[in-house]
Design a protein around this ligand. Structure first.
Ligand code: ZN
Length: 340
């Protein structure tokens, strides 16, 4: 990347499923939810398959983002995981690139099994159930973006296949509507050649960001039915066992693997887990206390919540903002006084 390159990458929220299609695409929070669930309950086959699919999807999107960051012409912008409202629900957009003349919408796929495009669907060559037409999906996303931009700006869409090997055979059909990962460079080079300045990408981004939604309350992730069975309490960070005990005022120790951890850190980590598991709620002290466990008294818990989470006061009751992310995603920035 050259000097002064105006590349702006924004991760705006999680990837959502739409209630309309029930497609599981709520990548980040959905994946975190399944990860926390997997640590606290034995997943059934369906939930295990869901977790695997979410991991694959996330890998594909990360790979796309990294690649496009390298290829983005100067002044073009990228938005990832954008959710826009629709009349019935909302539409999740994997990635969107704003050029000064056009907006590109990308639906990112990461299939490992071999598929062949056949009569509007992708048929598996190894007996997996067929995948519905990805072009209908991208068309819908394009319409939603056009709508959000009041039809003043050209919007075009591509399905992108990010797997390393060519696993999807279109049999000569749908050419120009999809990209394989090795075609991305060519695509952006050609598009940059044709680009002309028609509008300011920054202002288009603002228009989209104002409209994005962060609506966790109405989403029911797959696996939600397993949540009541989830183990509560602090789990050992090393071996995930629940056999952790206070061994001093400020530390806990695992009886199984012997790992020591600062109590404050373990509590914060567990509150983050709670927050992901109960993503529809904000953090209230009583349910959080019930989850963290009686080893930590209310006073200590309140002190920790105040210190590490954003408080909101509403009349007499207060709650803390649910960060809806895993502690492990932030742990590098976190330091605790009694860290071991
Ligand atoms: Zn352990």
């Amino acid at each position: 990347m050259g000097m002064g390159l105006l590349v702006s990458i924004l991760i705006v929220g999680e990837i959502l499923s739409t209630r309309l299609t029930r497609r599981i695409v709520m990548q980040n929070l959905a994946l975190s939810f399944m990860e926390v669930l997997a640590e606290r309950v034995t997943l059934d086959n369906q939930a295990r398959a869901n977790l695997k699919a979410l991991e694959k999807g996330k890998q594909g999107e990360d790979a796309f983002r990294e690649r496009v960051k390298e290829l983005l012409p100067e002044g073009w912008l990228m938005l990832c995981d954008l959710k826009l409202p629709t009349s019935a629900s909302y539409c999740q957009i994997d990635a969107l690139v704003i050029a000064p003349h056009c907006v590109y919408v990308f639906e990112v796929k990461n299939y490992q099994a071999k598929y062949q495009y056949d009569e509007g669907r992708l048929a598996s060559q190894s007996g997996l159930s067929p995948i519905r037409d990805p072009f209908g999906q991208i068309q819908r996303a394009v319409t939603v973006v056009k709508d959000a931009l009041s039809y003043q700006i050209p919007v075009t869409g591509r399905v992108v296949y990010m797997q390393e090997y060519d696993t999807v055979d279109f049999q000569g059909q749908r050419s120009g509507e999809y990209l394989k990962r090795w075609q991305l460079q060519d695509f952006f080079e050609k598009e940059a050649e044709m680009a002309m300045y028609r509008f300011d990408p920054e202002s288009v981004r603002s228009v989209l960001l104002v409209q994005q939604i962060q609506d966790y309350h109405c989403i029911n992730y797959q696996g939600l039915s397993l949540r009541p069975q989830a183990r509560t309490g602090i789990l050992c960070e090393g071996c995930l066992s629940g056999a952790v005990r206070r061994n001093s005022r400020v530390h806990i120790a695992c009886e199984r693997c012997g790992k020591l951890e600062a109590l404050e850190r373990a509590v914060v980590r567990t509150i983050y887990d709670y927050g992901v598991l109960y993503y529809q709620d904000e953090l209230k002290i009583q349910p959080v206390h019930a989850f963290v466990g009686q080893d930590v008294n209310l006073h200590t818990l309140r002190t920790i919540l105040k210190k590490h989470f954003v408080v909101h006061n509403h009349n007499k009751s207060s709650y803390y903002e649910n960060p809806r992310t895993r502690f492990t995603y932030l742990a590098k920035d976190y330091r605790f006084k009694y860290d071991v």
